[in-house]
Write a protein that binds this ligand. Sequence first.
Ligand SMILES: [Mn+2]
Length: 337
Amino acid sequence: MEDKFQQTKRLIDKSEKILLIAHRKPDGDTLGSCIALYHALEKIGKEVSMACIDEIPDRYKYMPDISKFISEFDFHDYDLMIVSDAGASYMTSYHEKYEGIFKGDVHVINIDHHASNDNFGTVDVVDNQSASTTMIIYKFFKFAGYEITPVMATALLTGIYNDTGSFMHQNTTPETLKIAGELMAYGGRVVDVSKNLFKTTPISTLKLWGRVLGNLKVNKEGVAMSVITKQDFDECGAEIDELSGAVDFINCVPKTNYTVLLHEDEKGNVKGSFRTRKEEVDLEEIASKFGGGGHKKAAGFTVPGRLEKEVRWKIIPAHDKRQHRAIKPGNDVSLSE
Ligand SMILES: [Mn+2]
């Protein structure tokens, strides 16, 4: 990593105008990376811009200068582009908008932590052992001797919080916690990050998650399952991406083998997301039966189609013939789904 950091520093040192690029559908890691780099590079006298093809979600607006993101630019205006947290150049979506952008006319530093990174940069600073891209950037700042301000520390913490689900995912290591601690010591505002990332939810999302909870059932095979239709999205006034995280939230029912959340999308597909807390369950295998894939503990699939509710009613006769009790719902009549 040292030589990659050296090459990165050399490219930054000889550049005047630098463009920082976030990936499409930006999250806390790509945005925190850009904001921290923006402050670091401005401080050493560079002319810096930040770009993202999609709008910045409101929950990240606590980070200073986040309003400075632009969506359009002329890449020939810059000496250097730094792309953060993008597993491939197409994840920025700028390859479609600007022909030749990543073809070598302008140097590119690719800083990322995805195992699937396709090394599209002039310099590729890729470490898939890192829980977040901001952790790599933190190490680079230390290497380069850049001053870390409280604003930069908060931005770097945002990436760590985002990608570890506030230290709850398996990618949380002793090093993750150590760096998070150091960032707090640099003045990083943990409370701002958790409040905005995890404790701010629009009413449409709450209503949608309410339906996820209301529809949740556990079947005889020990599978916790919930369903969201297109109509649910419409009635809650919610977008598809507001469902993200819901499957992790409901993957908490004791004694279940795994959890599945099915939903319809706007393109006429049914998508399934699987999660499990059990060591012995291999979800990649289960998802592959539906033509999907993923990891052992988190997987998914997409099939064209729609969801239809099938309700069966059956009458279970009372065993005690002497009493001739009336059949009551929930007692003798069962609803199976
Ligand atoms: Mn990331």
